[in-house]
Ligand binder design. Structure first.
Ligand code: FAD
Length: 475
């Protein structure tokens, strides 16, 4: 029987939630132990097989398109081509490895003890760390036994598999989609959520013919329809076929291609492609490390029930990131990590899931924070909306990206901003300012009175506020 090791703050999972919680806990004086099973490893999904490599591929696609055609600027066409092996090598070694090494260095700097291995819960007060996961446990390897003063669970999520599309060979998940050895000639994406749409756009820019099969009536469900329309128009311009109300049924493959069978309006159809990426959602990792041996409560979606500080139903056990309710996003996990570490230190920290910005790095990008008009109305808040188009912004026009708009959703009486949306160039970056406006509870007058630098993509934010006040300048 292994000795029981008593630790102070133990964190399971070294993704955005876990590693940030570790750093903050250490800054607050806790002795921190972080257990990471190594797949995907420190930095979690985000750094290794999510946010970061996907943006690297998107950037590579944009560069290729610009190199191929910048005729708008009077630059004549070139015969630009891409060596995809080099792109993948750059993405892995110069981007992903560099960032994950950075996380390791930060953890060492903060004297976080890192244990390589898979944590398996024994009960409400004890876990084991297995070298290669639960299978070894079954084989009577008892692992290291660890108890804690406080435990933070940050085990993240994994892609959902659908019937008829087992991840194997040419049927791939988003990780497979990021690590393709070649640019597919034909690429089918099942699921037009943010992951599917981002990678569809990246591969279209890199030269693939892409088809998105989306089960509902629209891609990017959740964003307002007029925002999605701007993106759809551009995806179609890239040659992407978007098939909505398409139910994927089955697939078959050989060593060269995969055939995807799907149904639209009761009619069976099929497509043959080099690869089929399934991106229909992610499942919280709450069912694969013995959590059922504890009294930690889960909701109907298999997510851990937590309070505003991330406390679970069991004293001294916290949960953060993709395994708790709210959007599955890295910046939300970062924040929850800090909140939980602060709560353990006795600070008055709290999470607010309404104020989490949602961003999609499609082309153009979309972002929103707070409530949209429908959500506000459902809550009984009387709101109005005001928007300003990038077509009226000198910077967007000079970048040849005049599509899209910034919109505020604000209360009719006091003109307090309860939500903000943007679709257009650098929407992801503009989302930062919009988040500040929503989270600080500013009203449109505050925004209107804030001088924005000219000519920048931020100006439409001030101009949308001017529209709300009835004194627009550039439209
Ligand atoms: P994870 O990142 O999933 O990390 C969990 C970690 O825990 C993993 O390293 C895993 O190995 C470890 N682990 C699990 N179980 C155990 C165990 N039993 N013992 C020890 N270790 C364990 N979000 C954004 O905000 N912006 C984006 O642009 C974005 N793009 C994305 C693109 C793609 C293709 C994907 C797939 C996701 C993207 N996301 C994005 C989502 C983001 O990656 C996740 O929300 C984020 O990684 C969640 O962080 P986490 O800490 O909860 O979990």
């Amino acid at each position: 029987m292994a000795d029981v090791e008593q630790k102070d703050t133990v964190i399971v999972g070294g993704g955005p939630g876990g590693y940030v919680a570790a750093i903050r806990a250490s800054e607050l004086g806790q002795k921190v132990t972080l257990i990471e099973k190594g797949e995907p490893g420190l930095g979690g999904v985000c750094l290794n097989v999510g946010c970061v490599p996907s943006k690297a591929l998107i950037a590579a696609g944009h560069r290729l398109q610009q190199a191929k055609d910048s005729s708008t600027y009077g630059i004549s066409k070139t015969d630009a081509s891409i060596d995809f092996a080099k792109t993948q090598d750059w993405k892995q070694h110069k981007v992903v490895d560099r960032m994950t090494r950075g996380v390791e260095m930060l953890l060492k700097k903060h004297k976080v003890e890192i244990i390589d291995g898979e944590a398996v819960m024994d009960n409400d007060s004890q876990l084991r760390v297995m070298k290669t996961g639960p299978k070894q446990f079954m084989d009577n390897d008892n692992g290291r036994v660890i108890k804690w003063n406080n435990l933070i669970l940050a085990t993240g999520s994994r892609p959902v598999e659908i019937r008829g599309f087992k991840f194997d060979g040419r049927v791939i998940d988003s990780t497979g989609g990021l690590n393709l050895p070649e640019i597919p000639k034909e690429f089918v994406v099942i699921g037009g959520g943010y992951i599917g749409t981002e990678l569809a756009g990246a591969y279209a820019d890199l030269g693939s013919h892409v088809t998105i099969l989306e089960g509902t009536g629209s891609i990017l469900n959740g964003f307002d329809k007029d925002m999605v329309k701007v993106v759809e128009k551009n995806l179609k311009k890239k040659g992407i076929d978007i098939v909505t109300n398409a139910m994927a049924k089955s697939s078959s493959q050989d060593d060269k291609s995969v055939t995807v069978n799907y149904e639209v309006d009761g009619k069976e159809q099929s497509l043959t492609a080099d690869y089929c990426m399934v991106s229909v959602g992610r499942k919280p990792n709450t069912d694969n490390f013995g959590l059922e041996m504890t009294s930690v409560k889960l909701d109907d979606h298999g997510k851990v029930v937590v309070d505003k500080q991330g406390k679970t139903s069991v004293d001294h056990i916290y949960a953060i990131g993709d395994i708790v309710p709210g959007p599955a996003l890295a910046h939300k996990a970062f924040f929850e990590g800090k909140t939980a570490a602060g709560a353990i230190a006795g600070k008055n920290t709290a999470n607010d899931w309404v104020g989490v910005p949602a961003v999609c790095f499609a082309d153009p990008e979309l972002a929103e924070v707070g409530m949209n008009a429908d959500q506000a109305k459902e809550k009984g808040i009387e709101v109005a909306t005001a928007q300003f188009p990038f077509a009226g912004n000198a910077r967007a026009v000079s970048l040849d990206e005049p599509e899209g708009f910034v919109r505020f959703i604000y209360t009719k009486d006091k003109k307090n901003v309860v939500g903000a949306q943007v679709v257009g160039p650098e929407a992801s970056t503009l989302a930062g300012e919009l988040s500040l406006i929503v989270n600080c509870g500013m009203n449109v007058e505050d925004v209107s009175l804030t001088i924005h630098p000219h000519p920048t993509l931020n100006e439409p934010i001030q101009e949308a506020a001017d529209v709300a006040l009835g004194f627009p300048t550039h439209i």
